[in-house]
Design a protein around this ligand. Sequence first.
Ligand code: SAH
Length: 273
Amino acid sequence: MKEGNWKTETGKWSVAVWLPRLSFFRVSFLAAFCACLCASAVAFSLLLAQTSEETYRRLREEMVRTQIAELRFSGAPPVRDARVLDAMRRTPRHKFVPATQAAHAYEDRPLPIGHDQTISQPYMVAIMTELVRPQAGHRVLEIGTGSGYQAAVLSPLVAQVYTIEIVEPLGKQASERLRALGYNNVEVGIGDGYLGWPEKAPFDGIVVTAGATEIPMPLVEQLKPGGRMVIPVGPYWQTQILKVVTKGTRGPRDHRVEDVMPVAFVPLVRQKK
Ligand code: SAH
């Protein structure tokens, strides 16, 4: 092997041969160049992430303005509660849908989340949240965790959210997602939400995000007097009527029912015994 030749005697390139031959200056230059390259790659990806978060934030603003806070084409009433509108503006729906659906996250419709289930349409989440009249000190129960989005919207509006999901993998995934996103006042339970969560009762509000064939009495019993339950009720796999059930003061089953509007939800299924 001759001086000035970076190949081995057999004529092959070898790091072991050429590295010691580089001057200190050349090595420093190479290292600085690599460091610059890495730093630009990191800065570029950060910028890209920031830009897409900013894009999503704008899409949320637009979603609230055009789909939620205005009278809808169908005649459905706009949502007026400023706290609810603010929660809708702040909750990153794109982080609650599969990556393949993220581009559609702020469209005016439900989206598939796997296991034949859906994340509800943003307007529906907003109106149900408004109807339950969340207050800062409230403890609210949700039936049908799904993606965890409705629970996340409720989270900043109340003291504690409990949510029950019957499909175990969905419940586990939602629980991990909520924890990762910092929703620390949400507890996810796995089971049949028809029966409520007696250990955590009574609740100031209950939001049922699956269509029931009748008003579940265990849920009525777990409401505080004056508490409200928002629930779609109708025949299996048909359009339901969104109802508000207000708990009375004359016993555990005393309640009054108001009809709000026709809606379409996946059915509330019962756990097989
Ligand atoms: N609130 C959800 C969407 C609800 S879709 C969200 O924000 O993403 C309805 C969910 O109710 C589904 O995930 C379904 O598995 C669940 N579900 C159906 N019957 C149930 C029951 N008896 N108890 C608990 N969850 C139920």
